[in-house]
Design a protein. Structure first.
Length: 95
């Protein structure tokens, strides 16, 4: 496969981080949780295989590959991002 047919699960987290820069303080936890939940959905629904194959200087670069083990790791990281967002929302100090 060539090109990106499936969006990588990191995309919602990266886009969410950019959106957080301009969001009001009270909306930030909800945006972060939405980005983490979207990453969880992207990880869960991504089809197995290699996605985002690019050629650079005669080499093939794989941007996104899904197999059973990488799906488990992606799900764990997405759940950790959700848990971190919930913890950060409940924490009252910013230190």
């Amino acid at each position: 496969m060539t090109g990106i047919e499936v969006l990588p699960p990191a995309l919602p987290l990266l886009a969410g981080a950019l959106v957080l820069l301009v969001m009001p303080r009270r909306a930030r936890p909800w945006v972060f949780l939405a980005a983490a939940a979207l990453a969880l959905v992207f990880t869960w629904t991504a089809p197995e295989g290699t996605h985002g194959l690019l050629r650079l200087a005669g080499l093939e670069i794989i941007l996104f590959r899904v197999d059973a083990l990488s799906r488990i790791f992606g799900l764990v990281f997405a759940v950790i991002a959700l848990a971190g967002g919930i913890y950060a929302d409940r924490k009252r100090t910013r230190l």
